[in-house]
Design a protein around this ligand. Structure first.
Ligand code: NAP
Length: 268
């Protein structure tokens, strides 16, 4: 009998996680079944308990439940405790972790060949995704980390959790230069972009959008300004691989899965 895993979110129909984990399982010979669960907005905890009671072993948690997953855990990794958001649950242990940070880092360093140490990094957004990656960026010894969010107060709240980073409203970014601009907002899903002052996106900058499988307005503007661009597909595959490793103690190869997924999505 395959052991059961799933991604839980709302909405979740678009999630590529079942496809990715099926590829990992095939490549490693692990006998797992991985599905999607769309939990009602007020029914996350009940849906988790029902899945566990029915034999479910682990969950990936996506928007908007990462904070709720954090509250549900009996124990968790140090990185999840710090971030206060959880994207991976090991149900029998009541254990939570967050693999978004390591996923982003591995995409930037292993797939995109970026050296993070000493770099000036702008993180756009202060939601669950931004919260999940700050610790990893700081551990990679970036030179400067600034979080900017449409609702400025949320950027300050996030920066307050992490000494070593500063916060701004989006409009206060004028005149500052960055080496890497990471869009961790969900604006691209709605065909929008965070409103950035001119000059933030320019030649020499890497503009990275966590939204994947499409050229978002943020990436289009960056490309027009001469910046290097990347979507978040590599992060998606890498955070999934780290979850798979946590559940199965087997580390799948990511590059072939990323290349195949890119072809499936029509990106070459
Ligand atoms: P979230 O908790 O709902 O936060 C959304 C963030 O986007 C908030 O900071 C919000 O600002 C900002 N935002 C939304 N629309 C905006 C707009 N038009 N202009 C400026 N800012 C806007 O969502 P999340 O969990 O952080 O996820 C964010 C995105 O990352 C999603 O698209 C998700 O799919 C993606 N993601 C990708 C990966 C990956 O592996 N590639 C992993 C995790 C997440 P306010 O605070 O002002 O509302």
């Amino acid at each position: 009998m395959p052991e059961r895993y799933a991604v839980i979110g709302n909405p979740v129909a678009h999630s590529r996680s079942p496809w990715i984990h099926a590829e990992f399982a095939r490549a490693t010979g692990e006998d797992i079944e991985y599905s999607r669960i769309e939990a009602p907005l007020d029914g996350f905890e009940r849906a988790v308990r029902e899945f566990h009671a029915a034999g479910g072993r682990g969950l990936n948690v996506t928007l908007p439940f990462k904070g709720a997953a954090f509250s549900l855990c009996e124990s968790m990794s140090a990185r999840a405790k710090k971030a206060r958001v959880v994207n991976t649950l090991i149900l029998d242990q009541g254990f939570g972790d967050n693999t978004d940070g390591v996923g982003l880092l591995r995409d930037l360093t292993d797939h995109l060949g970026v050296e993070l140490a000493g770099k000036a990094v702008l993180l756009l957004g202060a939601g669950g995704a931004a919260q999940g990656v700050v610790g990893a960026l700081l551990e990679a010894r970036v030179g400067r980390l600034v979080v900017a969010n449409r609702t400025e107060q949320k950027a300050h709240a996030l920066a307050a959790l992490y000494p070593g980073m500063s916060a701004r409203g989006l409009s206060a970014l004028g005149g500052e230069e960055f080496d890497i601009a990471i869009n961790a907002t969900s604006a691209g899903l709605a065909g929008a972009a965070p409103a950035l002052p001119a000059g933030v996106l320019r030649k020499g900058v890497l503009a990275y959008d966590m939204v994947y499988g499409r050229e978002t307005p943020f990436l289009a503007a960056a490309r027009k300004a001469g910046a290097r661009t990347s979507d978040g597909l590599g992060m998606l595959v890498e955070q999934a691989a780290e979850s798979f490793f946590l559940w199965r103690d087997v580390r799948p190869q990511t590059r072939p899965v990323l290349e195949k997924l890119r072809r499936e999505l029509g990106g070459g």
